[in-house]
Design a protein around this ligand. Structure first.
Ligand SMILES: [Fe+2]
Length: 409
């Protein structure tokens, strides 16, 4: 678990994160990495990690939020169901950047048949040097329901009022769970009613202490309003505002739940959640405002989750969210390469240029990973030597004590 001086654990479901000095805070949303770390996934994992490196180095975020399907314990695709090993490998990679990263679960991270279930995997997700994860309240659905309060540097040392609220912006992390009835073919699950209630109650409670408090929600599977808003926009409803991106899943597919859920409706009624971010549908990248709430599909990384996706490029990247001291915020896509529209995709020269640029990008990422690995080994060595020195000192202290006692005897 992350232990920096810009981070505090308030209770089992609340963290505080100090915003940087003199500039807005930068959050990078990454989603659907689908890292396998099995014998079948080696090449694809390498590509995914190079891409993550490129985006992280380019954007230099203060905090990374991973909205699920980070690892992929699916034997037929990766050759392993060992999500314990996957989580360890993933965190070893992420820790190299020395940037804190918060996690929510996707439907695949603890896939049916994988070594660890969601609760157990949550314990693993707490073991990274820079990872942030909390199970959240035990009596509600899901693993990984928690709040991260962003706090202005000037307020960081202010006394904590009763309501925990010295923040103007809360990041709400929610588990959208796996499959509705527990088995793979029962359809996608959703944010359950008890989770929604817990979230809205907490927000109301925070508002009592800070009427200007705002929030952003992060979860894996989209709520149904993503689809509703998109369809309304297509029919010419001008109340839906388009910001960027598109819907590229086949036949305008949205991986929403068929079960009843009302997270968006409750959030809209509450009025504090201004933006929602999800992943799940790897080819959808759209960002819309619907009924006053910004709905964004994060750009994804996946190389091995969807068959054939390794050849697709326009969906691949991250999403940058900036939050200022006054609570204002902005969302921008961070594509890995030039987003090629279908109109110019046919131009051979243009495609070749993009491919060349991507090859160079990969080379730079590989070199950076090698540098980071070297730094990590040096840090490990320094830590080991410091521990050895400490042990030697302790040993010496006791040896001196024993010999002194012997002399007095
Ligand atoms: Fe996924």
């Amino acid at each position: 678990m992350y232990k920096g001086d810009n981070f505090r654990i308030i209770d089992k479901e609340t963290f505080e994160f100090r915003m940087p000095e003199d500039r807005p805070m930068k959050i990078l949303q990454l989603t659907d990495l689908h890292l396998g770390f099995g014998w079948m996934a080696r090449n694809l994992d390498r590509k995914a990690m190079e891409d993550v490196t490129t985006i992280v180095e380019r954007t230099k975020p203060d905090l990374i939020v991973l909205t699920g399907d980070t690892i992929f314990p699916f034997f037929l695709r990766t050759g392993t169901v060992n999500n314990k090993k996957q989580a360890a490998k993933f965190m070893e990679f992420m820790d190299m950047f020395r940037i804190p990263y918060a996690l929510v679960m996707g439907n695949h991270d603890a896939e049916i048949g994988s070594k660890l279930n969601r609760e157990q995997l949550g314990n693993e997700f707490r073991k990274g040097e820079y990872s942030i994860f909390a199970h959240g309240p035990k009596d509600i659905f899901g693993a990984g329901n928690y709040f991260i309060h962003l706090v202005k540097p000037d307020d960081w040392d202010a006394p904590l009022p009763n309501g925990y609220c010295r923040s103007d912006m809360a990041l709400v992390m929610l588990d959208s769970n796996m499959y509705g009835k527990g088995w793979l073919t029962s359809g996608f699950d959703r944010i359950h009613a008890d989770q929604t209630k817990w979230c809205m109650d907490r927000l109301e409670w925070l508002r009592e202490y800070n009427p200007d408090m705002r929030a952003m929600a992060f979860f894996h599977m989209p709520v149904k309003e993503y689809k509703i808003a998109y369809e309304k926009m297509k029919l010419g409803d001008t109340s839906v505002k388009f910001h960027f991106g598109g819907i590229s899943e086949k036949e305008d597919y949205f991986g929403i739940s068929r079960y009843k859920e009302d997270f968006f409706e409750k959030a809209q009624k509450n009025g504090m959640i201004k933006a929602m971010f999800c992943g799940h549908d790897h080819l959808n990248t759209i960002s819309l405002t619907y009924k006053g709430i910004r709905l964004t599909y994060g750009m994804s990384i996946d190389y091995g989750g969807y068959s054939g996706i390794k050849k697709k490029q326009t969906q691949r990247g991250g999403t940058v969210i900036t939050v200022d001291y006054d609570g204002s915020w902005d969302v921008k896509p961070e594509p890995l390469s030039v987003v090629v529209t279908p109109k110019v995709r046919g131009l051979k020269l243009f495609t070749e240029r993009v491919q060349k640029e991507r090859a160079k990008q990969r080379e730079r990422a590989r070199a950076r990973i090698a540098e980071l690995e070297k730094e990590r080994e040096e840090r490990k060595k320094a830590r080991k030597e410091a521990a050895e020195r400490r042990n030697a000192k302790i040993k010496q202290f006791y040896e001196d004590k024993i010999s002194k006692n012997r002399h007095t005897d």
